[in-house]
Design a protein around this ligand. Structure first.
Ligand code: BDR
Ligand code: CA
Length: 309
């Protein structure tokens, strides 16, 4: 089974990604970032998930703000004020580990050099901080998979070309994209191309186990938001990135390109700039995922919700 270290800001689609990881991989730890909602909520939500799964996965609290410019707009209007659809879950039993996320990322990769795939489903603040503490981190991870960016400028934030995870903390994304010689990038535009049909997904939710019930409940606000904004289907960015992390052979079409982050720009801060024409030369850092096998992706999501694949 793949061995994963997950940096996340749960978050509705983060939750589905973590359910997938639980079903098909081993999770060495959850390092938690602020993003979709504030850190207190994302940490609590991670603990709620650990309770739901009955696992002993350690939860590490990370940075509460972006590296440089704070505060940024969060995504409570999509994920709910508490990030989990405002259901009002009881206080979780799982406890938060007594180690900052960035240090935990460094320690776990030192204990298991070359073994762990790092899956980044949130603003890249924790990873950037870890890299500043120890620039050799990339040498110790098997792979890095990032959910982030909008490779042809069709973003999902107030800054038109910026995707949320990159736009929330552009400096952190810049640090990570410069430091890792290669990583898989699953962007927002790929996410839209791999949405699930609502009726099909609802049938899965009805047929699944307690995980499906849970997911159906927390996803309500996000689904209502998407409908209102004419975004069609079940859009689960982090789940798509998780599919690529669990099984890289699920990728059908990709392009290796240099990707950089715009840090200034009156209208473009947080945009991911892709060298599509190869003008910059040199070695490309990102494998941009353009298409995955939707049948295998569906099977992973079904298993995560407690159905036979
Ligand atoms: C990304 O931003 C968050 O709202 C989601 O959880 C996902 O990680 C999509 O742009
Ligand atoms: Ca996320």
């Amino acid at each position: 089974r793949p061995q994963l270290l997950i940096d996340t800001d749960p978050g509705v689609d983060d939750a589905l990604a973590i359910l997938m990881a639980h079903a098909d991989a081993d999770i060495a730890g959850l390092s938690i970032a602020a993003g979709n909602v504030g850190l207190a909520h994302t940490v609590r939500n991670a603990c709620t998930l650990v309770d739901l799964l009955g696992s002993a996965t350690p939860v590490f609290a990370g940075c509460a703000t972006p590296l440089v410019r704070a505060p940024a707009e969060d995504a409570a209007f999509v994920h709910g004020e508490d990030g989990f659809g405002d259901i009002g879950f009881p206080a979780p039993k799982a406890v938060v580990a007594d180690e900052p996320a960035a240090q935990a990322l460094l320690r776990l990769t030192r204990e298991r050099p070359g073994e762990l795939t790092l899956v980044a489903l949130a603003p890249l603040t924790n990873l950037a901080l870890a890299l500043r503490l120890d620039p050799t981190l990339p040498q110790r991870v098997a792979r890095l998979v990032v959910m982030g960016g909008a490779v042809t400028g069709h973003g999902n934030t107030g800054n038109i070309p910026a995707e949320f995870n990159i736009g929330f903390d552009p400096e952190a994304a810049h640090v990570v994209f410069e430091a890792f010689p290669s990583f898989d990038l699953v962007d927002w535009e790929a996410t839209l191309r791999h949405a699930f049909d609502e009726e099909t997904f609802d049938a899965w939710l009805r047929a699944g186990d307690h995980r499906a019930d849970f997911y159906g409940r927390i996803a309500g606000t996000a689904r209502a938001f998407n409908r209102k904004h004419d975004r069609r289907g079940i859009i689960v960015a982090d789940a798509l990135a998780m599919a690529v992390a669990i099984d890289p052979t699920i990728v059908i079409r990709s392009e290796k390109r240099t990707v950089a982050v715009e840090l200034d720009g009156r209208l473009t801060r947080g945009a991911t700039v892709v060298d599509w024409t190869g003008r910059l030369g040199g070695l490309a850092n990102a494998r941009i995922v353009l298409e995955v096998d939707q049948v295998r992706f569906s099977a992973m999501v079904r298993r995560a919700l407690g159905l036979a694949a």
